[in-house]
Design a protein around this ligand. Structure first.
Ligand SMILES: CC(C)(COP(=O)(O)OP(=O)(O)OC[C@H]1O[C@@H](n2cnc3c(N)ncnc32)[C@H](O)[C@@H]1OP(=O)(O)O)[C@@H](O)C(=O)NCCC(=O)NCCS
Length: 441
């Protein structure tokens, strides 16, 4: 088992050499692979061109290049190039990653290799580029000591084959404000509008306080705060965002909400509020901010995304059917180091279970015995001990269980794992807090 927070892990990963097998596989296709240097402005511009094209975005301009160059410096940026193409400076594949901190049940944060900006040009798709890069980068991340990798996805169908599973789901709410009727608490503190810049100042500390209370959250990646508040030079429609804060009766700012209004031109009283982010460090802030959002004049509908599947808000409105709630996969997790990942979280029951784990990349496979309880521990063994309940599963399924977002009984019924006693495994991995992730990255 490796030390959880090794100093310099994120730093070492950022500039680590490209995995030799990955390089050989790319060069075997007469392509090149490189890491874009942090001070390489031109290389970063071309990398952004490739990412934008890959995500169907329009061409970028000077303002975008400049802003991206500054805010994306924390990312390890890999590019695959095709020297035989007419515009060889723009990569045909991109892959971004950085060291993040994932909260697991019990409130511990675990270093996680976060992955984003994954694109392969339509001209070079389905010839194994993503598979090679993913395998190589996960080997590098695991080799340096990341126990986990995490990502959010454009399509659910891509990453399961690489050992990732949705471990925290997201709920999208559409609330009919006229029907909802507030029956929740009415806290004594006050709500005030603040400027986007003031909100931008407050948010990081609030979020750092909140994210450790919720399994599935990670620290906010660089540049994201300016995206939320529209405080970066390339922000679009920044002026549409409104920010309000909640201050407790004792004068402490405990939460804020960022939202934008959409007009209904046929009926002004049916305008909408789209909540971009609601940060609440206390129950009072949560109640006060949601009550504020749901009770505005002229607003007929409130929408909000990336909420928990188990929002207290549902119990704060008189008419639960005023809310139309849809859910989807959101935070994907991939265990790279089973002993470190499993022993980092807390368990509410004391029990011993064995796991036989398979891994498509061979990184995390083996047989493991988890001693769950106050001080969890994991042993690597050659074969499962007699008398200990055994679970046979893939690394994706184990990753899905890690945050407590799905029951082992459900996965067993779905044929996604084999267990002597799924209910016993479900009790071991249960979490009192439903995992969530409140943003995209
Ligand atoms: C998704 C994407 C990066 C895949 O790149 P690629 O180089 O074509 O993928 P690979 O050739 O390495 O495919 C590896 C495997 O994944 C499968 N796969 C790849 N993309 C898939 C997709 N979008 N849906 C389902 N399966 C997919 C392949 O069929 C292949 O399966 P196999 O191992 O069973 O043969 C590329 O299609 C892309 O850039 N899409 C648009 C941007 C995007 O959505 N990026 C992902 C952001 S989270």
């Amino acid at each position: 088992m490796t030390e959880l927070h090794r100093p310099n892990l994120a730093h070492d990963f950022h500039s680590a050499p490209i995995d030799a097998d990955l390089r050989a596989s790319i060069e075997g296709q007469a392509l090149g692979i490189h890491r874009v240097a942090d001070d390489d402005r031109t290389g970063t511009d071309r990398w952004l061109d490739a990412v934008s094209r890959g995500f169907l975005d329009p061409e970028r301009g000077e303002k975008d290049y400049e802003a991206f160059f500054e805010r994306a410096v924390y990312r390890r940026k890999l590019g695959v190039t095709d020297a035989t193409g007419p515009d060889a400076a723009v990569p045909v594949a991109t892959f971004g990653s950085w060291g993040a901190d994932l909260t697991v049940p019990g409130g511990t944060t675990v270093p996680a290799c976060a992955i984003s900006s994954v694109t392969v040009a339509p001209t070079h798709r389905r010839r194994g580029l993503l598979r090679s890069i993913m395998a190589g980068e996960l080997r590098t991340a695991a080799g340096l000591g990341f126990p986990l990798a995490v990502l959010t996805v454009s399509e659910s169908s891509i990453y399961g084959r690489f050992g990732f599973a949705p471990a925290a789901h997201a709920a999208h709410w559409k609330i009919d404000t006229r029907r909802a009727r507030w029956i929740g608490p009415e806290p004594e503190g006050r709500i005030d509008f603040v400027t986007r810049e003031q909100g931008r100042e407050l948010a990081p500390a609030l979020h750092d306080r909140i994210r450790v209370t919720s399994p599935g959250e990670i620290d906010m990646p660089g540049g994201h705060w300016d995206r939320f508040f529209g405080t970066r030079p390339d922000a679009e429609k920044a002026g549409e965002r409104r920010v309000a804060q909640y201050t407790s009766a004792t004068g402490e700012v405990e939460g804020l909400v960022i939202y934008a209004v959409g007009h209904n031109h046929d009926d002004f009283t049916l305008s909408t509020v789209d909540v971009h982010l609601l940060l609440a460090a206390t129950d009072a802030a949560y109640a006060a901010l949601w009550r504020f959002v749901l009770s505005m004049d002229l607003i007929g509908t409130v929408t909000a995304g990336q909420l928990s599947l188990d929002e207290p808000l549902w119990w704060m409105i008189a008419d639960q059917r005023a809310a139309t709630i849809t859910s989807r996969d959101h935070q994907y997790v991939r265990i790279l180091d089973v002993p470190t990942a499993l022993s980092a979280r807390s368990y509410d029951v004391t029990d011993t279970v064995a796991f036989e784990v398979s891994d498509p990349f061979g990184i995390a496979e083996g047989v493991f015995v988890l001693s769950a309880g106050d001080e969890p521990g994991v042993d690597v063994v050659d074969e499962a001990p007699v008398g200990v309940p055994l679970v046979r599963l893939g690394v994706a399924e184990l990753s899905a269980l890690l945050l407590g977002g799905v029951s082992a009984v459900t996965l067993a019924k779905a044929g996604r794992l084999e267990a002597d006693d799924p209910a016993r495994i479900a009790r071991v991995f249960g979490s009192t807090i439903t995992p969530r992730l409140s943003f995209w990255y």
